[in-house]
Write a protein that binds this ligand. Structure first.
Ligand code: 2SA
Ligand code: GDP
Ligand code: MG
Length: 434
């Protein structure tokens, strides 16, 4: 994102396995570039974005991070799966409902699919059916089953809830029955759930929260407003391009911005990839650079690598440029925000993965076959650590030379400019490169 062009859409994406620090960068961009609309295009309340601002820590799961800004509109697009219980409780939890007129700043797409408690139960049951090594390690929020319902075409959309309630109730009963055939132990209090959804419906109507978000974004673009699409999860968790089947159930890569919001590709001017200076992953699945040693534990502890949604410890390892290059090929990043560089301050030596071999052969792309990941051999480049604190630094040239070499190597390898560097959790801890 450089100067805001009229109606320009910027897409911000996690370039790894999520938790790269997207929330913090979004918060910075909103203020700096006068962003008028932030929009979520995929995922649901499995996401967990942390923003440290105004002297407090916010965590957003289903709400776009722009909700903090009093002037920003927030869109939950058609590609998102919406858990209304989570939506309303998150508004309260983050104090949004205390702001007068807050409801005018939020729009949920009538085409978005609803997550029901039955989906969360199915999520758990499905995981239970898998052997330990095959479990996905989902967030248990019902995200996969809701996208399955969408594709199976028995999903229920926000518009269905807003229409005839009898019809909605009928479809809901059928959905529960469908899943009960597969998992008889599923336990749903149908009448209580329907009463709850009736209350949600009244609230959504009263506050006028549901609408045509495609038209809304189009109108804002025509008015020359800056739009920021907030990717959730990360490129390596993408349903098509991630480490399948250990992925989430939506497109967390750039295409998700178009299909999940109804934005034409030609409207996208900037694509920002958020990259953590090392690698983390929550849940199971391949992680060739994982450090199952004291160094990994130190990254976890210093980086406070704990899931924002589930509280699970994140697995940690060295930065994987082989995978990052793939992520850059798919997403076409125009700039990179490199975060959490400060976490490496006390490491005497730092490694970066620069290549993969499979059965002795150099690979040009990550393996498509799940079983092949176990046989990957990683080729590393070692860097001497800079062994000094970077958190107070605000100018690139003031970073220690060894640190700049690390950053420069990443930039040269993926051939995308690193425009921002995070050296701390709060809003101010950012180096901007010109
Ligand atoms: P799901 O629940 O079906 O999307 O899980 C499938 C896989 O996707 C991973 N996943 C995530 N990975 C990183 N961060 C996520 N959000 C939370 C956070 C996670 C948390 O910000 O920390 O709190 O645990 C997220 N959401 C989904 C998940 O671990 C599975 O590997
Ligand atoms: P997201 O899902 O990509 O928004 O990231 P999360 O919020 O799940 O995890 C990132 C964590 O790192 C949060 O606790 C942030 O406050 C924190 N964070 C972000 N950028 C930096 C940084 O540059 N340095 C440090 N030390 N912490 C950061
Ligand atoms: Mg997160």
């Amino acid at each position: 994102m450089s100067e805001t062009k009229n109606g320009a859409v910027t897409v911000l994406l996690g370039a790894q396995w999520g938790d790269e620090g997207k929330g913090k960068i979004i918060d910075y961009l909103i203020e700096k570039y006068n962003v008028a609309v932030t929009a979520r295009c995929q995922g649901g309340n499995n996401a967990g974005h942390t923003v440290v601002a105004n002297g407090r820590k916010y965590d957003f799961h289903i709400l776009p991070s722009g909700i903090i800004s009093p002037t920003c509109y927030n869109v939950i697009g058609n590609g998102v799966v919406v858990n209304l219980d989570a939506f309303f409780s998150e508004l309260d939890h983050n104090g949004v409902t205390n702001d007068p007129g807050w409801e005018k700043r939020i729009k949920i797409s009538s085409e978005a699919h609803l997550v029901f408690s039955v989906h969360a139960q199915v999520d758990g049951r499905q995981e239970d059916t898998l052997a330990a090594k095959n479990k996905i390690g989902t967030t248990n929020r019902g995200i996969g089953p809701t996208y399955s319902s969408k594709c199976f075409r028995n999903g229920i959309r926000v518009a269905d809830l807003m229409g005839c309630f009898e019809e909605f109730s009928e479809r809901y009963r059928r959905l529960v029955e469908h899943y009960k055939k597969q998992f008889p132990s599923i336990d749903v209090d149908l009448e209580a759930e329907l009463a709850k959804f009736k209350a949600h419906r009244e609230k959504l109507k009263e506050l006028d929260l549901v609408g045509d978000t495609v038209g809304f974004i189009h109108k804002m673009r025509k008015e020359g407003k800056a739009i920021l699409v907030e990717g959730a999860n990360g490129a390596l968790l993408d349903i098509d391009f991630g480490t399948y089947p250990y992925v989430t159930s939506s497109n967390a890569t750039v295409g998700g911005a178009c299909t999940g919001l109804g934005i034409p590709p030609t409207a996208i001017h900037y694509i920002i990839g958020v990259v953590k200076a090392y690698q983390t992953r929550v849940g199971t699945g391949p992680f060739p650079t994982e450090l199952l040693n004291e160094e990994g534990e130190r990254l976890q502890q210093i980086g406070q690598e704990v899931g924002v949604t589930t509280g699970r410890k994140r697995r940690c390892g060295w930065l994987d440029l082989f995978l990052l290059k793939r992520s850059a090929q798919i997403n076409g990043y125009t700039a990179i925000a490199l975060t959490k560089l400060d976490i490496l301050d006390s490491f005497e030596r730092i490694n970066i993965a620069v290549g993969y071999k499979l059965d002795g052969e150099e690979l040009s792309a990550p393996p498509a076959q799940a079983a092949a990941w176990e046989r990957i051999e990683v080729e590393y480049k070692e860097f001497p650590g800079w062994m000094s604190e970077t958190s107070g630094i605000r100018e690139y040239d003031k970073l220690p030379e060894k640190c700049r070499k690390y950053v420069q190597f990443i930039q040269d390898f993926i051939e995308v400019p690193i425009k921002w560097i995070g050296v701390g959790a709060d809003r101010e801890s950012l180096i901007v490169r010109h």
